[in-house]
Design a protein around this ligand. Structure first.
Ligand code: FCB
Length: 462
């Protein structure tokens, strides 16, 4: 068996774990929290596997001290969490819910006391339901509300948060929420989805401005994108690759980093929308200087050109891609059916670095779901997750060695949680959560990761 040498990371590399509010907190109707689109969606029969909801989730809201203890024992330098917008501003209006805010204040203070840097995501998909009722992300006003929310959080927590992330994976919010409808709010309206893309970009830019105006320097501001590493089956598929790259990546990178939507995106989607929702200075507003680009990576994408248009299938997130076929990739696969291919991560990081050498990168999510079992002796032997993490961290080290400026890595996830439309069936945690008792048990991967963090080195697997 070929051996992989141990890989050492830079001294100041930031090691972390990540979660998101709706996936872990529970306490959905407590202390003045308002409903989000995920409460409505998960309570709608047929939307989430097994009818699971985030009502209780991991009960992190009530088990904060215990979970802070786990983070401290893991020894991570940072923890990425998200703030539930309807918990702090119920209804999405301007009335601050002190009890909701107090939870995040205690979380941030608890992290700082333990030497863990708080990395706060403002929007990890839980839009206040009232804002969806008023039109949701396809509606311009949502971006303005988002900016107000960012402003309030910057004022309240900006003296203590280490890094702010405006949006998590706006690709999912726009295309899964409004085109394919497999995520909340479950709409299937391609034109609305493209309007959502734009208002997310606009909201991001306005939120960066609000955070810069309120948070104490040196607050870092970033956005997290699930950038797709797209490959073609053959060279003849270059146009298919370009189309998917435009929708998936450049629809966000363009306005956020270059201040303009790519021409080919506008042209490819011309039959769906005329993009009239883009007002004169919007692209400039979306384009704010960032301290970091957050990258979430799970698996690459493989496409090829299809001969002729397809017949109408189920609603797709891939707007105007009827002539593109998404090809199933060779295994092995995770429990999500996602191919395990860490080479895509190295290639993606090098592309991003090559395109914008001065913008530091951070892996804000990477991890895998497997069918973990809690053995009778109290251990979870998740060697496949250890292998996945080792491969992907080695891929990050390869990118760093080749010149990419990667500042940190966050495992998705700290603990098993509510995996959106899949409910609790998919376990991504390095800590196992018993669905009956909600007891937490360290998986083997958590022990392994603690050692990686302690030594700053990914060990040789032998
Ligand atoms: C990402 C999400 C995160 C989690 C992982 C598996 O798309 O940001 O909340 O569900 O996938």
């Amino acid at each position: 068996m070929p051996t992989t040498p141990a890989r050492a990371f830079p001294e100041d590399f930031l090691w972390g774990t990540a979660t998101a509010a709706y996936q872990v907190e529970g306490a959905a109707a407590e202390d003045g929290r308002g409903p989000s689109i995920w409460d409505t969606f998960s309570h709608t029969p047929g939307r989430v596997d097994h009818g699971d909801t985030g009502d209780v989730a991991c009960d992190h809201y009530h088990r904060l001290e215990e979970d802070l203890g786990i983070l401290a024992r893991l020894g991570v330098g940072a923890y990425r969490f998200s703030i539930s917008w309807p918990r702090v501003l119920p209804g999405g209006g301007d009335r601050l819910n002190r009890r909701g805010l107090d939870f995040y204040s205690r979380l941030v203070d608890g992290l700082l006391e333990r030497g863990v840097a708080p990395v706060a995501t403002l929007y990890h998909w839980d839009l206040p339901q009232e804002l969806e009722d008023a039109g949701g992300w396809p509606h311009r006003d949502t971006a303005l509300r988002f900016a107000e929310y960012a402003h309030r959080m910057g004022e309240a927590l900006g003296d203590r948060v280490h890094t702010w992330i405006t949006l998590n994976e706006p690709w999912c919010s726009a295309y899964l929420g409004y085109a394919s409808g497999v995520h909340a709010p479950g709409r299937t309206d391609p034109a609305g989805a493209l309007a959502a893309v734009h208002h997310l970009n606009l909201g991001h830019g306005l939120a960066v401005q609000a955070l810069r105006a309120t948070a104490a320097p040196p607050a870092r501001v970033a956005v997290t994108l699930n950038l797709h590493h797209v490959r073609g089956v053959s060279e003849r598929d270059a146009e298919a690759v370009r189309r998917v790259d435009a929708l998936a990546n450049r629809a966000f990178l363009g306005p956020m980093l270059d201040g303009a939507y790519p021409r080919d995106l506008i042209e490819a989607t011309a039959s769906v929308t005329d993009w009239a929702f883009v007002h004169d200075s919007d692209e400039a507003t979306a384009c704010q200087a960032l301290d970091l680009l957050g990258v979430n990576y799970y698996s690459p994408v493989l496409v090829r050109a299809r001969d002729g248009e397809t017949a109408d299938g189920p609603a797709s997130p891939w707007i105007a891609c009827g002539d593109v076929e998404f090809v199933r990739q060779p295994g092995p696969y995770t429990e999500m059916g996602w191919s395990i291919d860490e080479t895509g991560l190295t290639e993606l990081l090098l592309r991003l670095h090559g395109d914008r050498p001065s913008l530091p990168l951070m892996i804000t999510e990477n991890g895998a779901a497997f069918a973990d079992v809690l053995d009778g002796d109290g251990r979870v032997r998740d060697e496949r997750r250890v292998d996945y993490l080792r491969r992907h961290l080695t891929a990050v080290a390869d990118a760093i060695d080749a010149g990419a400026d990667v500042r940190g890595y966050f495992v998705w996830s700290l603990m098993d949680n509510f995996e959106w439309a899949h409910g609790y069936a998919k376990r991504f945690g390095i800590v196992y959560v018993d669905r009956e008792t909600l007891d937490r048990t360290w998986k083997d991967s958590a022990h392994w990761y603690r050692d990686v963090v302690a030594t700053g080195t990914v060990p040789d697997p032998s």
